[in-house]
Structures are given as structure tokens and as C-alpha cells.
Write a protein that binds this ligand. Structure first.
Ligand SMILES: Nc1ncnc2c1ncn2[C@@H]1O[C@H](COP(=O)(O)OP(=O)(O)OP(=O)(O)O)[C@@H](O)[C@H]1O
Length: 613
């Protein structure tokens, strides 16, 4: 896939025109299904005709039986006519049910495609930060498995349910026309089975079903966690413990499963007995024999009851299957709707153009959860042409703060402004064209090295790509790859963490955006490269606005301004020299970092002001 394909895919992922993107997910699901209502009706009609035609062979057998049992000579012509009618019925059934099956699957394919397009369009609109709270596995399940789960409901259920009701209904009418008393007797097994249905709906059963589903979920996630973390767990000798966790989940599951089975088994077994062919035949034979011996029914009339009586139980069995399919599809659609219901990042109707690229955060507050503020009243101005280093203990909110600049999230209070304009009033195209970011967690696309580097500038020429690749120290490595810059990442080559970071740095260099946000993405890179990269990215003389989460003392020492965060608030700010001289929290942080570095590298780190940039 190349960048053009990616852009095409995004464009294709826009919702079909008849779908109003502002509508609720329920309305959107409804509007997705509406265009197919006519075809759905045809699926059902074809199925009805096919199902009724399917009765012809059975009625033919009844008629042949009657003909053979009747007194006097057998009417051969009549028998052959009936045989032909039965065979034609069979053929009609085959043609019509096949057509219904084919059309049903066509509708199903179109609906699934619609769901996937809707989800793709929605995933393009939700805040980028929303993804960090979702496990990619969960999303893959929604877009893959849950969309597929509507298949039986759309492609099979209408046909099966129609067949299951139309055939017994037609049979019932036919049997009533022969003898109403034996018809009622034939219905006894169905009535007995129906008496069992409420037992499946008892609140206790529903709760057991929920416990069963939850236990299934727990066992699945403990397997995934076990497998995903196996290398770490093993390396730290915790395999035993992780294994225990999985075994506990499995034990719990067995307990819940036994309870569930105990609750269901008696009712299910009784129901199975009532609906079983031997029981149905027994009831019909007992009832039929007593009517025949009493002289109330000709013997030949027992035949249709024996043949068609068995089919009367079909709706109950179909209800069971259909109910299961409906519940599964219902749960899947629920999860799909949950994704469709995520509030998209509001796009301004009339985007305002930023004037310059000074970045200002004004009384910014933010929390991932309503009751937990991670950023508490941040006021900060990032001047063009300066580098601001963000420092602070782990969990103080540094990553959260920088993620507000590319609008991964919107602040819950206050605003982030670019060139005097609230980010919420800027069009996303302008925002992403202005703010570039390099984060620790690098994601590369399954595309060529060149396309990955040129992601923000798809029309960049090869020389430019090579120039930034050299600066990011990834050029030589790229030339060693099987197809050089055309090597597909993930197919031709698997890159190391450091190499992936260099590509993302080359990408940021090529994008040359006036605002750069860096989560010191140089952790995997050797000091020489790091120095060159830092110089290229934060070079003075350009009026780029740079905000960097600084872990290295060198980066901090070279910054124009250091901002120290603690517990979501700015506790100190100023030039590194001034802050050190002040002897406050930053000075203590610096000393602690320096002695940590000194233990690893005896030469120590530069002191601010000692080096020229
Ligand atoms: N996606 C998220 N959902 C919920 N809470 C989060 C999320 N990301 C971070 N947090 C919480 O927000 C707080 C600040 O985290 P943040 O990652 O911004 O800190 P940090 O200073 O960058 O830490 P570090 O230096 O360790 O990366 C922490 O308490 C963290 O648990």
C-alpha cells in the first residue's frame, strides 16, 4: 500500500452520502439498513415461495399413500401426475431458496461493508487520544468479529425463520382441513415445549447467562494477557504466578459453567424430549389409532399427520436458534454502536487561520476521568524560535500536556491557542500541517521507507527524503535493506525500535512544521546521532516553536526555558541557568539526575551555560 492508497482508503472510508454523520448511531444503523429493505422483502418472499413449494413432495407422498390404500384398482396416471407435481415442487424449492440465499448473502455483504465504512469513517473522526484508552485487540474485535457477527442474523435468520413458520402454518391449515381433533392432538408436543420457554427467561437464568458470558470474557483475557506478557513474566520468574492466574480463571469458569449447565440441563432435556420425533410420532399414533378404531377417522388420513406432524415442532427449534443469533448480533451491534457513539472531535464550521505560531495554554485543566484532574491550571506560552523543555517526575502530566498541542484531546477547561486562535477553531488540516510531533511510541505504516518518511509531504522528491534520512542517521541502514527506500516495512524488513524512531524523526524533519512537539524520542539513539538530530530539530535561527519532554540533561541544558511540572501543575519555570542558581525544585531534580548519570557515565553531563549551541 502506498501513501496515495492510504489517502484513497480514507476517502473511501467516508460514510455513504445518505448517512448523516451528525445523526445518532441508532439512526445511522437504521439508515444503513433502510436502502436494503426492498431486497430484504424479496429475500423473504423468495424464501416463502421456496418453503411452500417444499411442501409439495410431502403432500405428494400423502396423496400417493391415499391412492395406494384406497379400495379398487390403482389409478396409475393420477399417481404419476402426483409424482411429477412433487418433483416440480422440489425443483421450485431449490431454485427459490438458492436465489433467496444468494440475495441474502449479497445484502449481508453490503451491510457489513457499510458497517466497516461507517466504523472507519468514525475512527478517523474520534480524538486520537481515545485510541490510547482502547486496546487495539478490542477495536479489531469490533471492526472484524462484531461486524461479522451480524452475518447469521442478516444472511440466514430471515430465511430460516420464515421457513420455520410458513411451512408449519401451511401444514397446520392442511391438517385442520382433514381432522381438527387429530390436529389438536398433534400439537400436544409443541404446547408442552412452549410451556418450557418461560424457564429460559427466568431472571436467575438471565443472571447465570450473564455470569457465563463474563467468565468466558475473563478466561479469554487471561489467556491473552498470559500470552502477551509471557516473555516479561518468564524473564522475571513469574511464569508460575501468571499460570496460576489463568488456572484460577479456568477454575471459576468451570464452577460457573456447572451452575449454568445444572440450571439449563433439566429444562433443555425436557424440551428436547417433547420435540423429539419418537415422542411426536407416539402422540400422533396413540391419538390417531383411537380415532381410527372408534370409526372417526379413515386409516389413510393418519398418513399426513405422521408426515407433517414432525414439521410442526420446527418453529420452536428455529426460535431457539434465531433467538441465539439475534442475541449475538444484538450484542455485537451494541458494541459497534458504542464506537459509533464516541463524540468526534468537533470540526469548526468556519475554520479560522492561525496568525503565526506562538502557542499559548491558558488555565488548562484536563482529566482522563471526570473526577481526576491530571493537569491543573496550566498557563504557558511557547514563543516561536525557542525550545521549551518540560521536566518533572514520572506521572506529573508531561505526556498529557504535550498531547494537547496536536489535539489528541481537548482540555476540559481553558484553551490551547496557536497563533492566537483556539485549536478548536482551527481546521484539522491546518493544525496537522502546523504541529508536528515525534513520540516515543513510534508507529510506522506497512508502506515503503520512503513513503513512511514522506507521510506528511507525499509529493516530496527523493533527494529531500534522502537528505532528512541522512540527518536522522537512517540513510546507510536504508541502503542495506533489500529494496533500499522501496523496502516495505513489516514485509521486506523488520526495524528495531531505534531505527523506527529515526524514521519518525526523518518524517518530522521533512514535515518541517513550525511547531514541533517531541517526547524525547531519542532514547534508543546513540549520543552522536542524538546530538545531530537535536541540532536539526531544534536548530536556532529558524523560528520553530519547540516543546520537548526532556529526559536528558543535555537537552535540558540547551533549552531556552525549562518548565517543571509536579502533580499536574507548573512549579518552576525559567532559563536552566536561573533555575539552577535559584536552588529550588529544579536544582534538586537536576542534581538527582546528574548523580544518576554520573553513576553510569563518570564524565558527567554538561552544566547549563558551559557549552555554546
Ligand atoms: N490514557 C490514559 N488514561 C487514563 N489515565 C492516564 C492516561 N495516560 C496517562 N494517565 C494518567 O495521567 C497521569 C499523568 O500521566 P502522564 O503520562 O501525562 O505523566 P508523565 O509525566 O508523562 O509520566 P512519564 O514521565 O512516566 O511518562 C498519570 O497518573 C497517568 O496514570
Amino acid at each position: 500500500m502506498n501513501v496515495t492508497d492510504l489517502v484513497d482508503a480514507r476517502e473511501q472510508a467516508t460514510p455513504p452520502p445518505e448517512v448523516d454523520s451528525a445523526a445518532t448511531s441508532g439512526a445511522r444503523v437504521g439508515s444503513l439498513l433502510r436502502p436494503f429493505a426492498g431486497k430484504f422483502a424479496v429475500v423473504v418472499a423468495l424464501q416463502v415461495i421456496g418453503a411452500l413449494a417444499g411442501l409439495a413432495p410431502l403432500l405428494a407422498v400423502v396423496e400417493i399413500g391415499r391412492g395406494l390404500l384406497a379400495s379398487g384398482p390403482v389409478d396409475r396416471d393420477h399417481i404419476w401426475t402426483v409424482v411429477i407435481i412433487g418433483a416440480v415442487g422440489l425443483l421450485v424449492r431449490l431454485v427459490f431458496t438458492s436465489a433467496s440465499f444468494g440475495l441474502g448473502h449479497y445484502v449481508d455483504g453490503a451491510v457489513q461493508l457499510g458497517f466497516r465504512r461507517m466504523l472507519a469513517a468514525q475512527l478517523g473522526r474520534v480524538p486520537i487520544g481515545w485510541f490510547s484508552r482502547r486496546r487495539s485487540g478490542e477495536l479489531a474485535k469490533v471492526v472484524g468479529d462484531d461486524v461479522s457477527a451480524v452475518h447469521p442474523f442478516i444472511a440466514h435468520a430471515p430465511g430460516e425463520l420464515v421457513a420455520a413458520f410458513v411451512v408449519p402454518l401451511a401444514s397446520l391449515i392442511y391438517l385442520l382441513s382433514i381432522d381438527w381433533r387429530l390436529t389438536l392432538i398433534t400439537l400436544i408436543p409443541v404446547l408442552l415445549a412452549m410451556l418450557m420457554v418461560p424457564f429460559f427467561m427466568l431472571p436467575a437464568r438471565t443472571q447465570e447467562q450473564k455470569d457465563f458470558d463474563a467468565a468466558m470474557g475473563r478466561i479469554a483475557s487471561s489467556v491473552v494477557e498470559f500470552v502477551q506478557g509471557i516473555s516479561v513474566v518468564k524473564a522475571f520468574g513469574g511464569a508460575e504466578r501468571a499460570h496460576q492466574k489463568f488456572l484460577r480463571a479456568a477454575d471459576d469458569f468451570v464452577d460457573i459453567f456447572s451452575k449454568w449447565v445444572r440450571g439449563m440441563s433439566v429444562v433443555a432435556a425436557a424440551m428436547q424430549l417433547w420435540l423429539s420425533p419418537p415422542f411426536v410420532l407416539l402422540v400422533v399414533l396413540i391419538g390417531g389409532t383411537s380415532l381410527i378404531t372408534g370409526g372417526d377417522l379413515p386409516a389413510a388420513d393418519l398418513l399426513p399427520f405422521l408426515l407433517l406432524g414432525l414439521g410442526l415442532t420446527a418453529p420452536i427449534a428455529a426460535l431457539g436458534h434465531g433467538f441465539d443469533d439475534m442475541q449475538t448480533a444484538g450484542r455485537a451491534v451494541g458494541r459497534i454502536k458504542e464506537v459509533l457513539d464516541v463524540e468526534p472531535l468537533p470540526e469548526p464550521e468556519n475554520p479560522v487561520v492561525a496568525r503565526g505560531h506562538r502557542v499559548e495554554l491558558r488555565d488548562v485543566r484536563f482529566g482522563y476521568e471526570d473526577d481526576q484532574e491530571v493537569l491543573r491550571g496550566i498557563d504557558l506560552t511557547l514563543e516561536p524560535g525557542t525550545v521549551t523543555a518540560l521536566v518533572g517526575p514520572s506521572g506529573s502530566g508531561k505526556s498529557t500536556l504535550v498531547q494537547l498541542l496536536p489535539r489528541f484531546f481537548d482540555p476540559t477547561h481553558g484553551c490551547v491557542m496557536l497563533g492566537g486562535v483556539d485549536l478548536r477553531e482551527l481546521g484539522s488540516r491546518e493544525l496537522y500541517g502546523t504541529v508536528s510531533f515525534v513520540f516515543q511510541d513510534v508507529r510506522l505504516l506497512r508502506a515503503s521507507v520512503a513513503e513512511n518518511i514522506a507521510l506528511a509531504v507525499p509529493k516530496a522528491d527523493h533527494d529531500d527524503i534522502v537528505r532528512v534520512a541522512r540527518l536522522a542517521n537512517i540513510h546507510d541502514r536504508t541502503l542495506e535493506l533489500p529494496r533500499g527506500y522501496d523496502s516495505i516495512i513489516g514485509e521486506d524488513v523488520k526495524l528495531s525500535g531505534g531505527e523506527a524512531q529515526r524514521i519518525s524523526i526523518a518524517r518530522a524533519l521533512l514535515a518541517d512544521a513550525p511547531v514541533l512537539v517531541l517526547d524525547e524520542a531519542t532514547a534508543f539513539i546513540d549520543p552522536q546521532t542524538e546530538h545531530a538530530v537535536r541540532q536539526a530539530l531544534t536548530a536556532r535561527g529558524t523560528d520553530r516553536t519547540v516543546l520537548v519532554i526532556a529526559h536528558r540533561l543535555e537537552t535540558i541544558a540547551h533549552a531556552d526555558t525549562v518548565v517543571m511540572l509536579e502533580d499536574g501543575a507548573i512549579v518552576e519555570r525559567g532559563s536552566p541557568e536561573d533555575l539552577l542558581a535559584r536552588g529550588g525544585k529544579f536544582a534538586a531534580f537536576w542534581q538527582a539526575q546528574q548523580s544518576a548519570v554520573a553513576q553510569v557515565e563518570p564524565s558527567g553531563a554538561a552544566v547549563p551555560g558551559e557549552e555554546t549551541r
